[in-house]
Design a protein around this ligand. Structure first.
Ligand code: NAP
Ligand code: HSE
Length: 438
């Protein structure tokens, strides 16, 4: 069999992991031995790296890779929106299949890229874009295809889960452990994407598109990160029997009529209190866990390392092997695409208004420690038909009290109205934190 030419755009955390696997095929799937790294693009040729190549392989011009006739599969692991998106499209137009870990590009331009790939008769595979080393894209496209999916949820950012786990165990602030997450290669080149929740929003947009069969407008996903989370809330959550996790949730709303063209979905990302006995509470460090619910399967959970060089490279190479396997089979008929591997949508989806999201909530208020405050807060919740699961007063000192309320499931529109009135109470100084709660 003729070797399959691979062009690697990017030799950072993920790219080096991929190069390591391709350069050491022993004891791996035999197809790994059929892959040949033809060219590798980097920004800085002088940078010290753990892996070395002959000068002829390295280039600072990624366009050479997308135009190289000896390359059949382009692996984009440079990150960022541009020039990554244009390079992916150019590679497709040159008849090359693409493997990418770039969730930022796929969440925003996935439909355009999938259409380009379809016209060119090539594949664009994205297993590494969500969940690091966890196989989740292929299961959603293939293994779970017989199900009516109702919900996809979980922990899909390794950096923030690593930070939250250390905040919980060591009581430190998020900024103090962010540097470690960056050194370990978990964080994005701009870690704001991790801590502000936009990386998780990109990923849940991609998962929702696959699970529910339509393109998601990424810009409409309400997103809160952990950047404003205070150690005190982690502490209170623990005292109440919860862990705080950055959850991404996507669930099917009841359609107004059966056979409705557009599927309404509630999708959001926010720090969420998870009861200590929920399996997600035990997902710590860089690990991710994704729960898929559907009919008839019930629930299935995918767990594993959600970021880092080796795990992500494992997912990238899985995609390369899928394409290499198909190319090996269908050299005679390259336009005969495997419909399970190609991306497609079969209906449109829309993101429900944030006010319609129904969930439990954690609210921390700072109020004067005077008689009747809790009663007044309770009254406002009652008037808005919000049922309270618990209301606890923590730390009361200097005439000031910290009051933590956990609600039953309510619409977020109801909660906003109640919080507006509560903020207006003369005894309430501020609403210090609001989070979801499972
Ligand atoms: P990284 O460590 O910053 O590496 C980026 C690589 O791209 C570097 O080798 C850099 O070259 C090269 N590069 C950047 N701009 C370039 C340009 N204009 N021309 C040529 N080369 C260029 O990033 P990473 O962590 O590997 O992440 C890469 C992608 O994978 C991102 O889309 C990220 O979201 C995704 N991802 C990352 C992880 C993870 O755990 N890190 C997991 C899943 C997905 P130099 O080395 O010369 O600077
Ligand atoms: N920065 C991302 C994370 C990389 O921490 O999850 C994996 O997608």
């Amino acid at each position: 069999m003729k070797k399959i030419g691979i062009g690697l755009i990017g030799l950072g955390t993920v790219g080096q992991g991929v190069a390591n696997i391709i350069s050491n095929p022993n004891d791996r799937h035999p197809l790994v031995g059929e892959l040949e790294l033809v060219s590798v693009a980097v920004r800085d040729l002088q940078k010290e790296r753990d892996i070395s190549f002959p000068d002829s392989i390295l280039t600072t011009n990624p366009i050479e890779i997308v135009n190289n006739p000896n390359i059949q599969i382009v692996v984009e692991v440079m990150g960022g929106i541009e020039p990554a998106k244009s390079l992916i499209i150019q590679a497709i137009r040159s008849g090359k299949s693409v493997v990418t870990a770039n969730k930022a590009v796929i969440a925003r331009h996935g439909e355009e890229i999938a259409n380009e790939a379809k016209s060119a008769g090539v594949y664009v595979l994205i297993e590494a874009a969500v969940g690091g080393g966890i196989p989740i894209i292929e299961p959603l496209k293939q293994s779970l295809g017989g199900n009516q999916i109702t919900k996809v949820s979980g922990i899909i950012n390794g950096t923030t889960n690593y930070i939250l786990s250390r905040m919980d165990k060591e009581g430190v602030n998020y900024a103090d452990v962010l540097k470690d997450a960056q050194q370990l290669g978990y964080a994005e080149s701009d870690p704001a994407a991790d801590v502000e929740g936009s990386d998780a929003a990109d990923k849940i947009a991609i998962l929702s598109g696959l699970a529910f069969g339509g393109t998601i407008n990424r810009a409409e996903i309400p997103t809160t990160g952990i950047n404003l989370l205070e150690a005190i809330d982690v502490n209170y959550a623990r005292k109440l029997g919860y862990a705080i996790k950055l959850l991404a949730i996507s669930e099917k709303e009841k359609a107004q009529s059966s056979g409705e063209e557009s599927q309404p979905l509630s999708i959001w990302v926010e720090p969420t209190l998870v009861p200590a006995d929920n399996p997600l509470a035990g997902v710590n460090g860089v690990n991710n866990a994704i729960l898929v619910e559907g009919n008839p399967i019930g629930q299935v959970m995918f767990f594993g390392p959600g970021a880092g060089s080796g795990p992500t490279a494992s997912a990238v190479v899985a995609d390369i092997l899928n394409i290499a396997g198909i190319q090996a089979m269908s050299e005679e008929n390259p336009f005969n695409l495997d419909p399970l591997l190609s991306a497609k949508s079969w209906r449109s989806c829309h993101v429900a208004n944030e006010k319609e999201i129904t969930k439990k909530n954690y609210i921390r208020l700072i109020a004067e420690d005077t008689p009747g405050v809790i009663g007044q807060i309770g009254n406002i919740f009652g008037q808005k038909k919000i049922s309270i699961e618990s209301i606890v007063q923590f730390d009361a000192s200097h005439n000031q009290a910290e009051i933590v309320v956990i609600t039953h499931k309510i619409k977020q529109g109801q909660l906003s109205e109640a919080l507006l009135e509560i903020k207006g109470l003369p005894q309430v100084k501020r609403i210090a934190a609001t989070m979801g709660c499972l």
